[in-house]
Design a protein around this ligand. Structure first.
Ligand code: ADP
Ligand code: MG
Length: 638
C-alpha cells in the first residue's frame, strides 16, 4: 500500500514550453507544415503580396513576408502565446469561421521548436515596427523596435533544433523542399488575387503575378502544374442553391498514375476529404480506367455555417452539415461536365437504347458461349446470351471506322490523348451516318479477328482482315463485365450464381448493420448475404458475372460504399458506380494464361459489347496495326 503510493507519479501542470512542443507534434511535422501555417496567417492578414524564402529545404530557414495588416506592439507577445488569436471570440464565431486560422496555436507551437523571429508593423509609416523573438527556451518574449514596411515577416530558423528526435526525421533538402513547394502551390492556387513568390536558396522557383483574368489564372496554373495540365483540362462552373463548384477538370485522357495533381478547395481552404474524394472518384469512374487518377483543381464554395472546419488540427478535413447533399452535388456536377467533355456522351449515359436493342435482338449463338463459359464468359447462362448481336457489331464497326477513317494508310493507334476534338467530331458524324459497313470484309472474319497468342500475360495478339490487333485483356474484360452488369441491372434481372460453399466472413458490427439496413439494395445487386452471428456474415450468392471474384473483397467494398450513403432512393443512382468497382473484382487479371478459345471468346465479347472500344474511356482496350503500317515498319515495298 505504502509502496504503491510512493511509486505513484504526482500530477502536475506541464511547463508551457513542453505543452507547446507537444502541441507542435500535431501541426508542425516538417518545414512544409510551418510554411503552410505561416502563409495562412499572411492570407488571413489580408495580404496582397506574399513572399516565401526557403533555405536548405526549410531546415535552416523559412521566411514569409507579407504586406497585410500587421500586428501592433501590444499584441506582439500575444501572437506567440498559445490559444491567442485575433480571429474568433466566441463559439458562434467558430461556427461561421471564414479565416484560415482560428486555433491560436501555430505561432506558439512553431516557436517552441525553432528560433522564431517576428517583425511586424501595423502602421503605414515604414520607420515604425516591432520585433519579437522566441528561441524555444522559456516561452517569454521580448519586444524591441525594428522598422518594417506595413505587414509582417516571420523567420523560422533551425526547425527542431531543440527536439533532436524530430530533427532526425527530416529528409533530404530536396525532399523537404518538394513538400514546401507543394504547400506553396496549394496556397497559390487558393488565392489568385494575391501575388506570390517562392525562392529556394535565393533562387526564384515561382513568381506569380495576380491572376486578374482567366488567361492570367490559367498562366498561373500552367506555371504551378505544368502546361500539360492546362492543355488537357477544361474549365467548369456549376451552381445549385448555395453550392457553387468551379475550376479545371482534367480530361479523362489526361489521367495520371499517381493522385498527385488533385486540388480541392472548400471555401478557399485546401482539403483532402474522404467524402469529396469519393464523389470525385465516382464521377470519373465511368470514364477513367481503373487505377488511373484524374487531375483537377476545383473550388467549392458554400455557406461557412454549413461546414465544420474544426475537425482536425491541420484542418485538412472538413465536415459538411449535409454531407450527402454536397456529395451529390459534386458527383452530378462533375459527372455532367465529364460527360460533356467526352466523345459520344449520349451513348454513355443513355443505357435505355442499348437495352432496347438487347431486347430486339435474337440470342447470339448461345452454344458457343456455353462452350466457353469459364472465367472469360461469365455470361454462360442462357439468359445472358441476349447479346445485342448485329446492332452492336455495326456500332462497333462505326466507332472503329470513325477512329480510323484512313485505316488503309495509317498506323492505327487509337490514342485519344491530344485528339479529343477529332474523336468528338468523328464520333458525332458517325452517329448520323447510315448503318453500313463500307469495308465489310470478304473473308467475313469478325472485326477483331482471331487470337494468335498472348504477350507477357497482358496483351492478346490477334489477326484480323487488316492486320494485327492488340488487346489489353484486363481492360477489355472489365469493360465487358461492367456493361453487362449495367444492362442486367437496368432490366432488373441480375443473373445470380449461388456459391457451392457459402463463404463465412468476419465482419464488423457496422458491416452487419449495413447488411440489415440495405437488404433491398444488396439483393438488387444479385448478392445474397446472411447475418450468421453478431460479427459473422455468410456470402451465399454473387452475380453470375462476378462469380470469379473474391467474395470477401467484393462484399466488403460493396458494404463500405452502401454504408457511406445509407439507404436512399439514390442507391439506384449509385449502383453503376458500385458496379464498376465490382466489375474490376470480377475481371480477368493480367498475367493469367488464356487458351486461344478463351481469347477468341473475349474478342467476340468485345465485338458484342457496347463501348468496349477505347474512345469513351480515356484508355484504349485495343488497337490495330494494319498491314501497310507493318510493311512500313520494315520498309517493305519502298
Ligand atoms: P491563428 O492563426 O489560429 O489565430 P496563430 O498562432 O497562427 O493563430 O497566430 C496568432 C495570431 O497572430 C493571429 O490570430 C494573428 O492575430 C496574428 N498573426 C500571425 N501572423 C500574422 C501575420 N502574418 N499578419 C498579421 N497578424 C498575424
Ligand atoms: Mg494561424
Amino acid at each position: 500500500m505504502t509502496e504503491t503510493t510512493s511509486a505513484m507519479p504526482r500530477i502536475h501542470v506541464l511547463d508551457p514550453r513542453l505543452a507547446n512542443q507537444i502541441a507542435a507534434g500535431e501541426v508542425v511535422e516538417r518545414p512544409a507544415s510551418v510554411t503552410k501555417e505561416l502563409i495562412e496567417n499572411a492570407i488571413d492578414a489580408g495580404s496582397q503580396r506574399i513572399e516565401v524564402d526557403i533555405e536548405a529545404g526549410g531546415a535552416r530557414l523559412i521566411k514569409i513576408r507579407d504586406d497585410g495588416v500587421g500586428i501592433g506592439e501590444q499584441d506582439l507577445p500575444l501572437a506567440l502565446a498559445r490559444h491567442a488569436t485575433s480571429k474568433i471570440d466566441s463559439l458562434e464565431d467558430l461556427e461561421g469561421v471564414s479565416s484560415l486560422g482560428f486555433r491560436g496555436e501555430a505561432l506558439a507551437s512553431i516557436s517552441s521548436v525553432s528560433r522564431l523571429e517576428l517583425v511586424s508593423n501595423a502602421l503605414d509609416d515604414p520607420r515604425q515596427g516591432w520585433r519579437v523573438v522566441a528561441e524555444g527556451r522559456g516561452m517569454e518574449t521580448r519586444v524591441t523596435p525594428a522598422p518594417h514596411p506595413r505587414g509582417t515577416s516571420v523567420s523560422v530558423r533551425d526547425l527542431f533544433f531543440n527536439t533532436p528526435a524530430r530533427r532526425k526525421f527530416l529528409r533530404t533538402e530536396k525532399t523537404e523542399f518538394a513538400h514546401v513547394e507543394e504547400a506553396f502551390r496549394r496556397q497559390a492556387l487558393s488565392r489568385y488575387d494575391i501575388a506570390w513568390t517562392l525562392r529556394h536558396n535565393q533562387k526564384v522557383v515561382h513568381q506569380l503575378p495576380p491572376g486578374n483574368s482567366e488567361a492570367a489564372r490559367e498562366r498561373r496554373i500552367a506555371s504551378l502544374l505544368g502546361n500539360n495540365f492546362i492543355e488537357h483540362a477544361r474549365y467548369i462552373e456549376r451552381e445549385a442553391g448555395a453550392l457553387r463548384l468551379s475550376g479545371w477538370v482534367g480530361l479523362p485522357t489526361h489521367s495520371r498514375a499517381q493522385a498527385d495533381q488533385q486540388y480541392f478547395f472548400v471555401n478557399g481552404r485546401v482539403v483532402r476529404d474522404r467524402l469529396v474524394a469519393h464523389a470525385v472518384r465516382q464521377a470519373y469512374r465511368d470514364v477513367l480506367y481503373n487505377g488511373r487518377h484524374p487531375v483537377f483543381v476545383l473550388y467549392l464554395t458554400l455557406d461557412p455555417d454549413v461546414v465544420d472546419v474544426n475537425v482536425h488540427p491541420t484542418k485538412h478535413e472538413v465536415r459538411f452539415r449535409d454531407g450527402r447533399m454536397v456529395h451529390d452535388f459534386l458527383y452530378s456536377s462533375l459527372h455532367h461536365s465529364l460527360a460533356d467533355a467526352r466523345p459520344n456522351a449520349e451513348d454513355v449515359s443513355g443505357d435505355s437504347s442499348s437495352l432496347t436493342s438487347a431486347q430486339e435482338e435474337a440470342p447470339a449463338d448461345p452454344a458457343r458461349w456455353q462452350q466457353q463459359g469459364m472465367a472469360l464468359s461469365p455470361s454462360a447462362s442462357p439468359s445472358n446470351d441476349r447479346h445485342p448481336g448485329g446492332e452492336r457489331v455495326r456500332r462497333f464497326m462505326q466507332g472503329y471506322q470513325a477512329l480510323h477513317p484512313d485505316h488503309e494508310e495509317t498506323l492505327l493507334t487509337p490514342q485519344p490523348t491530344g485528339h479529343e476534338g477529332e474523336s468528338i467530331k468523328a464520333q458525332g458524324n458517325v452517329r448520323e451516318a447510315p448503318l453500313a459497313m463500307p469495308h465489310s470484309d470478304p473473308t467475313s472474319a469478325p472485326p477483331l479477328g482471331y487470337a494468335l497468342g498472348q504477350l507477357h500475360g497482358v496483351y492478346i495478339l490477334a489477326q484480323n482482315a487488316h492486320g494485327l490487333v492488340l488487346v489489353d485483356m484486363h481492360a477489355a474484360h472489365e469493360r465487358i463485365v461492367y456493361e453487362r452488369m449495367k444492362n442486367q441491372l437496368a432490366a432488373s434481372r441480375v443473373d445470380t450464381q449461388p456459391l457451392l460453399v457459402p463463404v463465412s466472413l468476419a465482419a464488423s458490427r457496422s458491416e452487419v448493420a449495413t447488411v440489415e439496413s440495405e437488404r433491398e439494395a444488396i439483393a438488387t445487386l444479385g448478392v445474397e448475404l446472411d447475418v450468421a452471428g453478431p460479427e459473422t456474415l455468410l456470402v451465399r450468392q454473387l452475380p453470375a458475372l462476378l462469380s470469379q471474384a473474391d467474395p470477401e473483397a467484393l462484399v466488403r467494398e460493396m458494404l463500405e460504399e452502401l454504408a457511406r450513403f445509407g439507404r436512399t432512393h439514390q442507391v439506384e443512382a449509385r449502383i453503376h458506380e458500385l458496379l464498376s468497382s465490382m466489375a474490376c473484382h470480377g475481371s480477368v487479371r493480367a498475367n493469367r494464361r488464356l487458351t486461344l478459345d478463351e481469347m477468341n471468346a473475349l474478342l467476340r465479347d468485345m465485338e458484342r459489347t457496347e463501348r468496349s472500344d477505347q474512345c469513351n474511356h480515356g484508355r484504349p482496350t485495343w488497337t490495330q496495326m494494319d498491314m501497310k503500317a507493318l510493311d512500313r515498319l520494315f520498309m517493305r515495298g519502298q
